[in-house]
Design a protein around this ligand. Structure first.
Ligand code: ADP
Ligand code: MG
Length: 728
């Protein structure tokens, strides 16, 4: 009987592209499964429509009567889409989205039923969600978590279910999810940015943070996936010798996409389009079988909901096409891992992108203000940004075999570097002469709308300015973008608030507005200089230079997470009204625990695979060789037999050597795990798992991968890299 691996490989060779369900125009189906403003206008009485708009745009609360009308409209509309159930869709701190489905169906008297859904069910629910992580917040109160409707993100229908985006909070109102603090951070940055915009344009009454994510992923055939316990249990391969060919020829990057993959892409894109997710970009990535998909940017909260929804859809559609999708940051050692670039900016109700250079000196001064304040915020809070992207999976990318490094720095390009240098040098401390001011204004006015560096920008920077937005490139592919966006928008809010206070006080002491702004910018430029780095962020020299500059380089998740306990960090989040110290500590604890669980599961799977897959294959092949050796001896006699079986004997010995090393290391690792498990508290456990369990992984793997090379291909039970990465 063929091994599972051989059978899987055979299955893959016989796959054909699946047909896809829709072949028409994209524009005709865009947003058709979304309860969007057009649908609302059609289904809602005008008064309810108006309150709903106010709620979406200004966050005002809907009263109960209006909520009933909205609920009823949602239900009627969703019934036309075939919905039978509804769910509050939320983002617990597990990283995935959660939903609990209830039927609209309600019996009313004998043999009779109606479709029921009212404001009460829309606005708040109490899912039996006691198993979601809460970091101790819920234990102290005998209460469950609640989900509460977020009207700013539209409801949608998926799989015959009306999904209502909600926040997830404890009885006490404390956040148990990603959405709640994100909404608060977005409020904070809106308020702060509007205040600063007033220096330049009194018509600005609202600003929104925008997010354009780029999602990277791998595809693996489902048969091969199912034959790899490590992929199934951990989302990444824990063993596997690199194939002879990897990504060195760069022949996958932007290459043509095979018919089977194209069919998958078209199908998930169509589904996304129906849900109003504006996906536009698709291409092959650097590693074999790695791809990327990106939408047009949107308001941050909506963009994030869309990212989570898309990941969910991709997962489902991949299965339909006999693929499994890997969102893990590092599924295969030796080839690139996956990230999720977060492109971020701020825009105003007057249609201005605050991080895009403008047409005249005044709008350019506004651009510079937001630009320099962002750099200062990054400078002051680099460790927080690092903590926001920490996770067991991302540790394989950050500062490990692959960049961007764990050192946070910002790239801005040569033109803006020149300009910041000029401001740094030429703004005078005292009163400036009219000539000096004109000279500066001329320079500021000269910022071109299209920046040169945009075309050949630095792709090794974790935080790069790309012409009209910043691109936070260090976010992991499996992450909820909120984690990064909560931090970025919160630190930006505080920075802008401080900027406003300083500028106002300069104006108070007699400076003109422009002068006050320029002087303050000069100060920020000086203070944040060390975070700017234009060179190769992947190089060894940068690690040394960054150390000299005093930048931190937190290489692992437990160390990165420690910052959440700092008093000044807790003050910052409390002042910006984003998270209370209790909420922060709860989150930190959950993240430590997540880390422990991830490494623990990986360690267990390593143990199992060694015992059940690697050793049996090694022994079986050894026996084959031994039979051959003894046979040769018997036929040829001792002397000639020994000569004839020299290679076989060598292999038998090598197999034993690697097996023994591997087994001994795995036993030691088990002992370390037992010790770590006995420690008190998730933080010490996380550190122990990082420093004394995970450290065995590479060495064990080295021996396993050697065995893979030694053992007969037919005996090897785990699909190999060449099969997983090159068949599709
Ligand atoms: P790449 O980084 O792959 O070269 P692009 O530079 O073309 O890609 O753009 C990347 C992403 O930036 C896109 O998803 C786009 O939607 C997003 N983006 C563009 N402008 C903004 C903006 N003002 N705010 C947020 N995201 C933006
Ligand atoms: Mg990018």
């Amino acid at each position: 009987m063929a091994s599972q691996r051989m059978q899987a490989y055979y299955d893959v060779l016989h796959r054909t592209p699946k047909s896809i369900s829709y072949d028409g125009k994209i524009s005709e189906i865009f947003g058709e499964n979304v309860f969007n403003t057009d649908v609302m206008r059609e289904y809602l009485p005008s008064e309810a429509y108006k309150s709903m708009m106010a709620s979406i745009n200004n966050g005002t609360q809907l009263d109960r009567k209006m909520a009933d009308q909205v609920a009823s409209a949602m239900k009627d509309w969703s019934l036309t889409k075939g919905a039978t159930h509804y769910t509050h869709w939320f983002q617990p701190l597990t990283g995935a989205t959660a939903e609990k489905h209830d039927a609209f169906f309600k019996p009313v008297g004998p043999g009779k039923a109606i479709e029921r859904f009212d404001g009460e069910l829309l606005v708040q629910q109490e899912p039996d969600a006691s198993s979601f992580p809460n970091g101790g917040i819920r234990n102290t109160f005998e209460a469950r978590g609640y989900t509460a409707w977020d009207p700013s993100s539209p409801a949608f229908v998926v799989d015959k279910t009306l999904c209502i985006p909600t926040v997830f909070i404890a009885y006490t109102g404390e956040a148990l999810d990603y959405k709640m603090p994100l909404l608060k951070a977005l409020d904070a940055v809106n308020e702060a940015a509007v205040d600063v915009c007033q220096y330049f344009d009194k018509n600005v009454t609202k600003t929104v943070a925008t997010l354009g994510w780029e999602q990277e992923y791998f595809l693996v055939d489902k048969a091969l996936f199912n034959a790899r316990p490590d992929l199934m249990m951990t989302g990444r391969t824990l063993f596997g010798h690199a194939s002879a060919k990897g990504q060195q020829l760069d022949d996958h990057y932007f290459g043509s996409i095979t018919a089977r993959v194209t069919a998958f892409m078209r199908e998930f894109e169509t589904e996304s389009i129906r849900l109003g997710i504006p996906v536009t970009t698709r291409h092959n990535e650097v590693a074999p079988n790695q791809f990327e998909c990106a939408p047009i940017f949107e308001e941050c909260n909506l963009a994030n909901d869309h990212n989570l929804l898309l990941m969910d859809i991709m997962e489902k559609v991949a299965r339909k096409h006999d693929f499994r999708i890997l969102f893990h940051e590092k599924p295969f050692a030796g080839v690139n891992g996956s990230g999720k670039h977060n492109n971020w900016s701020l825009s105003t109700n007057t249609g201005v992108n605050l991080l895009a250079p403008g047409k005249n000196p005044k709008s350019n001064l506004q651009f510079l203000t937001f630009f320099v304040n962002t750099i200062k915020a990054i400078h002051d809070n680099a460790d927080l940004l690092r903590a926001a992207i920490a996770g067991a999976g991302n540790d394989h990318r950050l500062g490990a075999n692959e960049a961007p490094p764990a050192i946070i720095s910002a790239f801005i390009g040569s033109q803006l570097t020149d300009l910041l240098d000029k401001i740094e040098k030429n703004v005078k401390a005292g009163k400036m002469t009219p000539e000096e001011k004109t000279e500066l204004k001329l320079n500021i006015g000269k910022i071109p709308q299209i920046l040169l560096d945009n075309t050949d920008r630095n792709r090794t920077s974790p935080f790069a300015f790309t012409g009209n937005k910043f691109e936070f490139r260090a976010v992991g592919s499996s992450a909820n973008c909120s984690s990064a966006m909560i931090v970025l928008n919160t630190i930006m809010a505080r920075q802008l608030k401080e900027f406003k206070v300083s500028v106002d006080s300069r104006i108070g002491s007699g400076d003109s507005k422009d002068e006050a702004i320029l002087k303050e910018l000069q100060k920020l430029i000086k203070e944040s200089k060390k975070i700017r780095f234009e060179g190769n962020g992947y190089g060894e020299e940068w690690v040394k230079e960054a150390e000299q500059r005093g930048l931190s380089n937190l290489k692992d998740t437990p160390r990165a997470l420690q910052i959440w306990a700092n008093k000044d960090v807790q003050d910052l989040f409390e002042e910006m009204n984003v998270l209370t110290p209790r909420e922060l500590v709860a989150r930190q604890d959950i993240e430590f625990e997540n880390y422990v669980h991830k490494i623990q599961i990986e360690a267990r799977v390593i143990g199992d695979m060694i015992q059940n897959f690697i050793i049996p294959a090694a022994v079986q092949y050894q026996n084959k060789l031994i039979k051959n050796i003894t046979g040769l001896m018997a036929v040829l006699g001792d002397k000639a037999g020994k000569e004839a079986s020299r290679s076989q004997v060598e292999i038998v010995a090598s197999i034993s050597e690697h097996m023994n090393k591997m087994k001994a290391l795995s036993d030691e690792m088990l002992a370390s795990r037992k010790k770590a498990n006995k420690l008190e508290g998730n933080e010490s456990k996380a550190i122990a798992y990082c420093d004394s369990v995970k450290v065995y992984f590479d060495e064990i793997r080295y021996n396993v991968d050697k065995l893979e090379l030694l053992i007969d291909d037919e005996e090897w039970r785990l699909p190999k890299f060449r099969e997983m990465l090159f068949t599709r």
